[in-house]
Design a protein around this ligand. Structure first.
Ligand code: PMP
Length: 365
């Protein structure tokens, strides 16, 4: 494939799924009436359903939520698929692109575990191209990723930016360079679950130029709606249509969609923005305070709502935090992180408790 040629992203989809229409539900048919007796729903609302909004099956892609999310991320509605968290989007991408027992994905450990889990479930090979631990923090090995895709014919590359658990965002030039080098041979998925906490622009700014770029966003982190399970994949509309055909018939429960629409109102967004600002200032404060604590080896710079911290004795730090009632994420089983904990930024009071507990154990040591 030569650069400049219009590429068809459907060539990356499993051949057996290219013409697949998926399940045709009662809600997919374009018909109208005022007495709906076509889906075997109850004629009466459940007594607990005060708004009577749950009696009927939901719109598979609720219209008001689609509009709100397209507005939030600045994309066309046709580029957007809403799923049960970005976890579902990851799973759909792997299932739709990888032929079981044949195709591969690239992930960059230490990284969010769902890329590997979805690959395993689909019997897709996992090619690991480890992050490189440098002065500025962990960064992807772009040359290594490109080589792995070209030599081992991977279908999907998962980049996490800002990365979980290592914290750094990937500069857009690097993502662009990778997309340019791959020339459409693989779909590059940029998981921006923590994008709201980063000063680096979203990879969505590259979308119009690269049909083989997909971006994941979620309402689970900055928008504080983790239990509503609303995440999106933003990609080429024809790819979105394939993913939708692979998805469950009614993936988005009405109460979740309604809460999410309310959670994206102008007033709610203003509050979210203030909280993001608080996270950023608390992140800087916690990073500075942890860096000078005895027993702390390294605090990584972060573009997300957590800090990755290396300890002289991570077990001791983990136990001290637990004894103070503070639960953090033990990263010691992850490659390159055998002395590290990941600490989510909490409220100022919660962060003070983290520091007090770690201070106390440092003094006692
Ligand atoms: N991507 C990353 C990098 C994450 O850390 C998480 C959650 N921990 C997710 C995706 C999944 O988020 P959700 O399914 O809640 O949208």
């Amino acid at each position: 494939m030569s650069a400049g040629l219009k590429r068809d992203v459907l060539e990356l989809v499993r051949p057996d799924l290219r013409g697949f229409g998926g399940y045709k539900s009662a809600r997919t048919e374009d018909i109208s009436g005022d007495v709906w007796l076509n889906a075997n729903e109850s004629a009466w609302a459940n007594p607990a359903d005060a708004s009577a909004s749950v009696r009927r099956y939901p719109d598979p892609q609720p219209a008001a939520l689609r509009t709100a999310l397209a507005g939030l991320y600045g994309c066309a509605e046709s580029e957007l698929l809403i799923g049960r968290g970005s976890d579902e989007a990851i799973d759909l991408l792997v299932r739709a692109l990888c032929v079981a027992g044949q195709d591969a994905i690239v992930a960059t450990p230490p990284v969010f575990g769902m890329y590997a889990v979805s690959a395993r479930l689909q019997d897709a090979r996992l090619i690991s191209v480890p992050l490189i631990d440098g002065d500025a923090g962990f960064a992807p090995d772009i040359d290594g990723i490109a080589a792995a895709v070209l030599e081992q014919r991977a279908k999907l590359v998962f980049l996490c930016s800002p990365a979980n658990p290592t914290g750094r965002a990937i500069p857009l030039e690097q993502i662009e360079a990778l997309l340019t080098r791959l020339e459409g041979r693989a779909l590059v998925v940029v998981d921006e679950a923590y994008g709201e906490f980063s000063a680096v622009d979203s990879a969505l700014t590259l979308r119009s130029r690269f049909p083989e770029l997909a971006v994941l966003r979620t309402l689970s982190k900055a928008h504080a709606l983790a239990a509503a399970r609303i995440g999106v994949v933003i990609a080429e509309p024809r790819l979105v249509a394939v993913l939708r055909a692979c998805q469950a018939p009614y993936p988005i429960p009405t109460p979740c969609a309604e809460l999410a629409v309310a959670g994206l109102s102008t007033a709610a967004l203003a509050t979210t923005q203030q909280r993001v600002a608080t996270v950023l200032s608390e992140r800087a404060r916690l990073q500075a305070a942890l860096s000078v604590l005895p027993g702390v080896r390294r605090v990584y710079a972060s573009d997300a709502n957590f800090l990755l911290v290396r300890f002289v004795d991570a077990e001791r730090a983990f136990r001290a935090l637990l004894a103070a009632g503070v639960v953090v994420r033990d990263q010691r089983a992850a490659p390159q992180l055998d002395d590290a904990l990941r600490i989510t930024i909490g409220t100022p009071e919660q962060n003070a408790r983290v520091l007090a507990a770690l201070n106390a154990q440092a003094v006692a040591a």
